[in-house]
Design a protein around this ligand. Structure first.
Ligand code: URA
Length: 233
């Protein structure tokens, strides 16, 4: 898909979504659609879903994805890795250079720190499932753009629906703000339980942030202790 076409499609979808949201705010729950009413259970009604009941199937269907321009530049689509029946899912931001090279999430320096955190929680990568909000590396590791997040988010949602974890950890601002649909800063979100589709969610600082600000490790550990307590409950 060309960049222009991508932007035009995105614009149309955004306009449609805004219209549906507006209608919903009036209490209107169905709209005529080709002679038959379309369900309007949530604004995601326009987002793409792939018919997949397992992570493997979803990953296969996503292979070769070029729904956003990141798909044209990546080496690997970094789908996610770990235990598909995990009680705990950790959601990061986006693959970096090493993740793009290897095709797995959190295999660079931030990943090594994440493994230490898991070790301190008496867990390994095999006990949890790790994935990102977006599956392809943004050039020069720039922040993901709103349109990229919107395009990729339905697949994260599907991953979480398939895994049905007991708890979610949102690593950093992008994961927390995307899953919680908020613009609140991570410093305010972290340390408190939130909910994503009925699943308790703990936001915490991103391991890459901790590499730059080691003082934040104390707060992350406080957050992880809350997670451990709740996992055992
Ligand atoms: N940072 C992330 O958010 N995700 C990765 O997979 C690697 C680094």
């Amino acid at each position: 898909m060309t960049e222009k076409l991508y932007h035009d499609c995105h614009e149309l979808i955004s306009q449609g979504r805004a219209l549906l949201e507006d209608l919903q705010s009036w209490g209107i729950s169905t709209v005529p659609h080709g002679g038959r009413p379309a369900e309007m259970s949530s604004p995601e009604v326009l987002a793409e879903r792939l018919e997949a009941a397992t992570l493997d199937h979803l990953q296969t269907l996503m292979a070769g994805c070029t729904r956003c321009p990141l798909g044209e530049k990546r080496k690997s689509l970094v789908f996610g890795a770990g235990n598909p029946q995990a009680e705990l899912v950790l959601v990061g931001e986006a693959p970096g250079r090493e993740e793009d090279e290897k095709g797995f999430p959190f295999v660079g320096e931030a990943g090594r720190l994440l493994e230490k955190i898991l070790f301190a929680m008496q867990m390994t990568r095999d006990d949890v499932y790790i994935c990102n909000v977006i599956k392809c590396r943004p050039p020069q590791n720039r922040d993901p753009e709103a349109q990229e997040i919107e395009t990729c988010e339905p697949f994260l949602k599907q991953q979480l629906e398939i895994i049905k974890p007991k708890l979610i950890i949102a690593l950093g601002r992008f994961a927390a703000q995307t899953l919680l649909r908020t613009k609140a800063p991570i410093s305010r979100l972290r340390g408190h339980w939130h909910e994503y589709e009925g699943v308790p969610l703990m936001p915490t600082f991103h391991p890459a942030y901790l590499l730059r600000n080691p003082a934040g490790k104390r707060e992350v550990w406080e957050d992880m202790k809350q997670v451990m307590r709740r996992l055992k409950a």
